[in-house]
Design a protein around this ligand. Structure first.
Ligand SMILES: C[S@@+](CC[C@H](N)C(=O)[O-])C[C@H]1O[C@@H](n2cnc3c(N)ncnc32)[C@H](O)[C@@H]1O
Length: 264
């Protein structure tokens, strides 16, 4: 790692156990409270979730449980519950699970079961399965601490997916390094809040530093926080999925992200 970035942490070319704590702290201290805003606001997020689910066939009629891994504020959980499905919604962020309860209020008592857990702790939610649909969308997979943990998760999910069920994975591949001014992105800017991120590319991960400026009490308040995101390749995921007995139902791109729909 270049000296300038050495404060961010060690390289992720091997297992980096601190990554989980780093990601969790990033959501706790900066991102959870601003996630829905950063993503464009609730209505836009709900519409986007419905579009993704409709395009992958996940909203089609038929009972059965759905597992939403890294559910965040519940945009997908709400659309699924509104179409009559029971959703087991897993996330390790207490703040985002509280937001999910508000977002999903009114879609039917017990239709959404929130579970605060690590994605890789499959024993915490496997007993609710087998699942007719499993989602890990919105770039959640890239938050795991190593490519090996992603491999293991695919194996575990293939075991709790019903025969004929759908495993929907949506993630950014980040195949190309960005540097200089191209590595500074403005995520959203409004009069009283501006959110930007600075990217630093390593072979297996991208360090994201979010920078938020908020105007309050007559001055700008600045917050910064960094966390690593894995650089995933669809080829690796497809090969692991095939070894776990999953076939490709569809493979597409949406808003710069790869969307793989796998079936058993
Ligand atoms: C980029 S957000 C995606 C949220 C939602 N799926 C969406 O599409 O808007 C990633 C989510 O995964 C959660 N998360 C990240 N790492 C996790 C982990 N190791 N275990 C459980 N949840 C995790 C975060 O709290 C966050 O809600």
């Amino acid at each position: 790692m270049p000296q300038f970035y050495s404060h961010l942490g060690p390289s992720m070319t091997s297992e980096y156990p601190e990554a989980d704590a780093r990601v969790e702290e990033h959501y706790r201290s900066l991102l959870a409270a601003r996630y829905t805003w950063m993503m464009g606001g609730l209505d836009s997020c709900l519409n986007g979730a419905r579009e993704l689910l409709a395009s992958t066939g996940a909203l089609e009629a038929g009972a059965g449980s759905v597992l939403d891994l890294g559910c965040g504020p519940g945009f997908h959980a709400r659309a699924l519950a509104a179409s009559g499905k029971r959703v087991v919604a897993v996330d390790n962020s207490a703040a985002l699970l509280r937001e999910l309860s508000d977002v999903c209020a009114g879609v039917g008592a017990g239709a959404v079961v929130p579970i605060q857990a690590e994605l890789s702790d499959t024993e915490r939610f496997a007993s609710f399965g087998p699942f007719k649909t499993i989602l890990c969308v919105g770039d959640t997979l890239t938050h795991l601490r190593s490519l090996y943990v992603v491999d293991e998760l695919i194996d575990d999910l293939s075991r709790v997916l019903s025969p004929g069920g759908l495993l929907i994975l949506e993630f950014r591949e980040q195949p190309r390094d960005l540097s200089g001014q191209d590595a500074v992105l403005t995520l959203r800017a409004e009069r009283d809040r501006i959110m930007q991120c600075v990217l630093h590319f390593e072979p297996e991960c991208v360090w994201i530093t979010d920078v938020v400026h908020e105007w309050a009490d007559g001055k700008w308040h600045v917050m910064k926080s960094s966390y690593p995101k894995l650089r995933l390749s669809a080829a690796r995921i497809l090969s692991r999925a095939a070894a776990a007995g999953l076939q490709v139902h569809s493979d597409s791109r949406r808003a710069g992200r790869r969307v793989l729909v796998l079936t058993r």
